[in-house]
Design a protein around this ligand. Sequence first.
Ligand SMILES: [Fe+2]
Ligand SMILES: [Fe+2]
Length: 300
Amino acid sequence: MITIYPKVQPDFNNLQKQNKIAPSKPDTKRLANFKLINPPDYVLFAGNGKGKKTEASFDEVFDRAIRDYCKPELFTEKVTNGDKELTPAEVILNRVRNATEYEEGRFEHSLTVAKKAQELAPAHNVSPEKALLAGVIHDYAKGMSNEELLQYALLNELKVTKDEITVPSKLHAPVGAHKAGEDFGITDEEILRAVRTHSLGSEDPENKPLSDLDKIIIIADNVDPWKDRKKKEKGKENIEGSLITETYKKTKDLDKVMLDYFRCKIVKALDSSKQIRQQYIDNYNYLANKANSNSGTSAS
Ligand SMILES: [Fe+2]
Ligand SMILES: [Fe+2]
């Protein structure tokens, strides 16, 4: 039985009757035919192109992240390209690529987010390894259809929120966290939670506020220039990205940045007469009250 909070009981009977979605293990046959990415290629995607130091740093941090937070024995030995056995990093990147290739630029976006998160982490005493790994896997389930996401959540008894049920594409966050955890042997709660919260924020900010790692992943996700281009194609602006960049540059304060981010989400919904996601309101209220109590003023 799926657990939903706050208390909502959508009808899942039909979902249970439907076919099971693809197993969480990747399609190795498809993977074997897939054009492999050599390390220098993915490093170029993620690096800033200004020198070897940054490029090597991505590789090193990624390798440390895999050593510390993944179980390569779960996924290294079975995947080969001809005579060559892939490194654990290559296996992860190829699986992420396979999972995100449905959309032009989504795989590169995953790497850009990882790199940005890695860069932001040290200034906020966050582990660069956790930040990079969370960035790489944050959209791991983004290529699944709404039906697949709902089925996955149901079959794996995931806890989901009312907002995620209302807009099932938002389930790519909790499903991605679970699926990446299964596929790569990631059990670190902080990494999985950063993936879990990257789309809607915390499901319960009063009791489980966003961590600095969670905030960094949201920031890195929204400031990727690829998002600007995607929104422009639809005649929109990446207002969240601009606002986040501006506030971060000015303050370097993750809470202030998040407050602006959730405010932007709420205002955008109001401006377009759309329903406001409850989690945006809850996260905004939590951060606003925290800011007001820190500055000694009471919330209105
Ligand atoms: Fe996402
Ligand atoms: Fe993303």
